[in-house]
Design a protein around this ligand. Structure first.
Ligand SMILES: [Zn+2]
Ligand SMILES: [Zn+2]
Length: 252
């Protein structure tokens, strides 16, 4: 395992490669920096028009704030999901490369893509990454959400509080489980670090994760953050799974 300063040096020394497919990318080949043209064109960037509650893409803009059907019938616990791109092959490759290789350059790119959302959020909001259980940290040595949060803090000047949330028990991967099974798996798996609890009171929290899938994990985090006094919790993530049909409609 490489020590962080050495890995950082390597990160800068290696020629720029597309963060998704690994193809050599000429500098400045796209607005994304090192993305090759093909991968860049396949990404679906998320923004307006969108649901005022959950930021789900909406087909058209109106003068007034509008909510999606799901948020109207079932108001979410969070205060917005700000994702850089819709989930798809390219976004998934980037998330996997960050998760298993921990490339600082990827976290920096993700943070840069999130800046257009972060700029509109309160400057006194606190950046809090979704924690990993310590047994997973042991095997991997880094938490991808912490890497992203650290880079957002560097680019936006928001305060980072990486240890505010703690995972109290190890949970199995949520893939393949139903919504209810996912919620049960992560229920009670998080707590606020007792020594840092005072920082939460009336604070807007920016909860950072790499991939937003069903929302079960972030929802379990938000439950304890709001119980601890947080005034609002906005989710910041690299990529977000959209309901089927929405993504392709948005990409055309
Ligand atoms: Zn590529
Ligand atoms: Zn919504």
């Amino acid at each position: 395992m490489l020590a962080t300063p050495f890995r950082l040096m390597l990160d800068f020394a290696l020629p720029e490669r597309c963060p998704s497919c690994g193809a050599m990318a000429p500098a400045g080949a796209s607005a994304g920096g090192a993305f090759c043209r093909e991968c860049w064109d396949s990404l679906v960037f998320l923004g307006s028009p969108c649901c005022a509650s959950c930021d789900l893409p909406l087909p058209y803009a109106t003068e007034h704030e509008q909510n999606c059907a799901e948020c109207l019938s079932n108001p979410p616990r969070h205060n917005g999901i700000k994702a850089a791109v819709a989930y798809g092959d390219i976004a998934r490759h980037v998330a996997l490369r960050l998760k298993y290789a921990g490339r600082i350059g990827l976290a920096r790119m993700i943070a840069a893509q999130l800046m257009r959302h972060v700029r509109d959020l309160p400057q006194d909001a606190l950046l809090v990454p979704v924690p990993l259980h310590w047994t997973r940290l042991w095997g991997r040595s880094f938490n991808q959400s912490v890497l992203i949060a650290r880079e957002i803090a560097a680019q936006s000047n928001h305060t980072l509080c990486p240890d505010l949330l703690r995972r109290t028990r190890r949970t199995l991967p949520l893939g393949g489980l139903s919504g209810k099974e996912r919620r049960n798996m992560v229920a009670g798996a998080f707590e606020v670090h007792a020594k840092l609890a005072s920082q939460l009171k009336d604070r807007h929290i920016l909860l950072v994760d790499d991939v937003y899938t069903s929302g079960a994990t972030t929802d379990a985090c938000i439950r304890v953050l709001k119980k601890g006094g947080a005034s609002a919790v906005t989710i910041l993530c690299w990529t977000r799974v959209l309901p089927s049909g929405l993504q392709s409609a948005n990409a055309t």
